[in-house]
Design a protein around this ligand. Structure first.
Ligand code: ZN
Length: 416
């Protein structure tokens, strides 16, 4: 256990097994915690009497710069139309600086809502890494291998070479690492998918892809290859065990789920996005669980989910849609959604117990997780490696006022 950075007195702490503890606690720089005897040297000594301490949220599917595409952007369009008529044409105006500002605005929203990690997929990955570094957050930033904008000039492989050198710059001690994005089977041919795998394998990095998000994607893939998307990906030996993140996985057969489990692919469930874009289906978590697939949670981009990057909100959506879809009130409990949304977190968030949404606390302080997931809460403090990213609601790493001005100007320019 490393040195302690912070002591909270009189606080409520939820541990990794979701047990509730009440008392004085130390948070250590290595992410562990212990009870305080009161005499340890710490940098921050804080009154925790109206604070709930939990692990921070981990968001496993994002497009952070899409904060630029405000939430009502082309509201009402289904996925394919939304991509082809709105997103792709607008993205022709994308620059590295717009991507950085959009990602920084997303980082601010993550901090305010208690998330410390994003697995991202977008253009200009170096701009996104820079934004997450500035914000002090963790991330895996997966860059595409193709030229952007696509008509800017002939793709001579320069972007792939740049991603290769970005991946080579990954160091284990960094909080943010580069990964490889292969967008989807309908936008990447076999050579592109396998070239992505080759890069990820070469650098021991993560790889991410959208899979079986809509029935159209599945039908088109079947028409072209005679296989469902996950069957097709397996037929070309696409998966890297434990390092392939498949977003959505909504229209998937049980045999494909078993393939995912065998290949140790990880599912990122994105319920808000699926519902907002009228995909008509979401990942069947009971079936994934039965198949033995590891499932995490993601918000998708702020424009596609329509609900931003708030992971407590996303966990609530997961609870609701799983129960609704399966006619089963026990399909996903709040505590299981919370565990899925914080899985692997080494960081800490504290929540305001003076907030009406976090009350009543219950006679044994047993209602906190349900309150947070079903009702939301105010995140007050956020700790990474013992460093305060936010304290009492004030973000230490980003000047919020200045960023909002820059962000609004950037959005106006982006659409002009
Ligand atoms: Zn996505």
């Amino acid at each position: 256990m490393d040195e302690a950075s912070v002591r909270y007195t009189n606080a409520v702490l939820i541990d990794d097994e979701l047990r509730t503890h009440i008392g004085d606690f130390l948070l250590h720089t290595d992410g562990s915690w212990s009870e305080s005897k009161g005499d340890e040297d710490v940098i921050h000594n804080l009154d925790g009497s109206k604070r709930l301490i939990t692990r921070s949220f981990q968001n496993w599917h994002t497009h952070l710069p899409m904060q630029l595409n405000a939430r009502d952007f082309s509201d009402g369009l289904p996925l394919q139309e939304w991509l082809e008529k709105s997103i792709f044409p607008t993205e022709m105006n994308l620059t590295k600086e717009y991507a950085r500002i959009g990602a920084l605005a997303s980082a601010l929203e993550m901090i305010k809502t208690g998330s410390t990690f994003a697995c991202d997929m977008y253009h200009f990955p170096d701009a996104i890494v820079s934004a997450l570094d500035e914000a002090g957050l963790r991330g895996i930033v997966c860059g595409p291998q193709t030229q952007w904008p696509p008509n800017a000039e002939e793709d001579d492989g320069a972007v792939r070479r740049e991603l290769d050198s970005q991946l080579a710059s990954n160091r284990p001690e960094d909080k943010v690492h580069y990964g490889v994005a292969t967008h989807a089977v309908y936008t990447c041919d076999e050579d592109t998918l396998l070239a992505g795998k080759e890069l990820a394998e070469k650098h021991n990095s993560h790889m991410t892809i959208h899979v079986s998000e809509t029935r159209k994607e599945v039908a088109d893939c079947f028409k072209e290859t005679g296989m469902y998307p996950l069957e097709y990906l397996d037929s070309i030996d696409y998966f890297i065990p434990n390092r392939t993140i498949c977003a959505h996985g909504s229209w998937v057969k049980k045999s494909e789920m078993r393939t995912m489990a065998a290949r140790k692919a990880i599912l990122a469930h994105c319920p808000s996005s699926n519902m907002k874009l009228a995909c008509g289906g979401t990942a069947s978590l009971p079936a994934y669980k039965e198949a033995g697939v590891e499932v995490r949670l993601g918000t998708d981009g702020p424009a596609s989910s329509g609900s931003g990057l708030d992971m407590a909100h996303e966990a609530r959506m997961a609870c609701l849609v799983q129960r609704h879809d399966h006619w089963d009130a026990s399909a996903l409990l709040a505590k299981d959604a919370f565990a899925m949304a914080t899985s692997g977190s080494k960081d800490w968030a504290t929540w305001d117990l003076n907030d009406i949404r976090m009350n009543p606390v219950g006679k044994d302080n047993e209602r906190h997780i349900s309150n947070l997931i079903y009702n939301g809460g105010n995140c007050l403090d956020l700790w990474i490696d013992g460093n305060p990213i936010m304290q009492s609601g004030t973000v230490n790493t980003i000047n919020e006022k200045m960023l909002l001005e820059t962000f609004n100007l950037a959005v106006t320019d982006y659409y002009s």
